[in-house]
Ligand binder design. Structure first.
Ligand code: CA
Length: 246
């Protein structure tokens, strides 16, 4: 008898190609998850609106009838949903990857994909998200997981950045990227390292994806995002976080 210690997770699969959707359902269920299917973006948003607290992850195809996957992701984020999103993009369309991250996706996989790789990515994303949720729930019994610099507070438990009276919700990957940069305070880190350490992406990913995340973080963190002082560009390398710039 196989005893699984991981609690069952509910995955919303947004995919209009029935054979891919049913293949995903079969394999995710075999892996111990429960699955809800939606074949349009509109149906996905309706499902999330009705059942948001029970959905642990969204697998989101870009090419859908009606509104596309980018629109679904950005509407979810605008509505304050921080559910992890794994986006399915078309191979050879680097701009899809960038648009996906820009819209709020946490990870992506190009079609056609190996099912085993998709399942591994889904489980990795669920694990990372579970750490955040557990950290949030244990927040009362241990020191808060916060980082303060220059009058700003990053609350990793709440997944938000607080600047004066304003709160900016952070997606999982925004929070993870910020944590990685903070952990390397004052040191230049390369885009490649960020992709490997934060996203677990080892294949040839377009590293410009990182630039979109940095641009978003700068909007929250910098007084003048076009003249960054905390999230500095290091030419030819990547970026450097500086807590107290001179
Ligand atoms: Ca499709």
């Amino acid at each position: 008898m196989v005893v699984s210690t991981a609690p069952e997770k509910k995955v919303l699969v947004v995919e209009d190609e029935a054979h891919i959707a049913s293949g995903l359902r079969f394999n995710l269920e075999a892996d111990g998850h429960s699955v809800v299917l939606a074949d349009t973006g509109e149906a996905a948003l309706a499902t999330i609106a009705a059942d948001w607290s029970n959905i642990d992850l969204v697998v989101l195809d870009v090419m859908l009838p009606g509104i596309d996957g980018f629109t679904v992701a950005s509407r979810m984020r605008t509505q304050g949903s921080l559910i992890p999103i794994l986006m399915l993009t078309a191979r050879g369309r680097a701009e899809d990857v960038l648009d996906g991250f820009e819209a709020g996706a946490d990870d992506y996989l190009q079609k056609p994909f190996e099912l085993s790789i998709l399942i591994a990515r889904i489980n990795a994303l669920l694990r990372r998200h579970a750490w955040h949720v557990a950290a949030r729930e244990n927040a009362n019994t241990r020191p808060p997981d916060v980082y303060t610099f220059a009058g700003k507070t990053v609350d990793f438990d709440a997944q938000e950045l607080r600047v004066k009276n304003k709160k900016y919700p952070l997606t999982l990957m925004e929070a993870n990227l910020l944590r990685y940069l903070v952990q390397h305070e004052g040191k230049a880190v390369s885009r490649k390292n960020m992709l490997e350490e934060v996203w677990n992406l080892r294949e040839d990913t377009d590293t410009r994806a990182i630039d979109h995340f940095i641009a978003r973080l700068r909007k929250y963190v910098e007084k003048e995002p076009s003249r960054p002082r905390h999230l500095q560009t290091v030419r030819g390398v990547g970026y450097k976080f500086v807590a107290a710039p001179k």
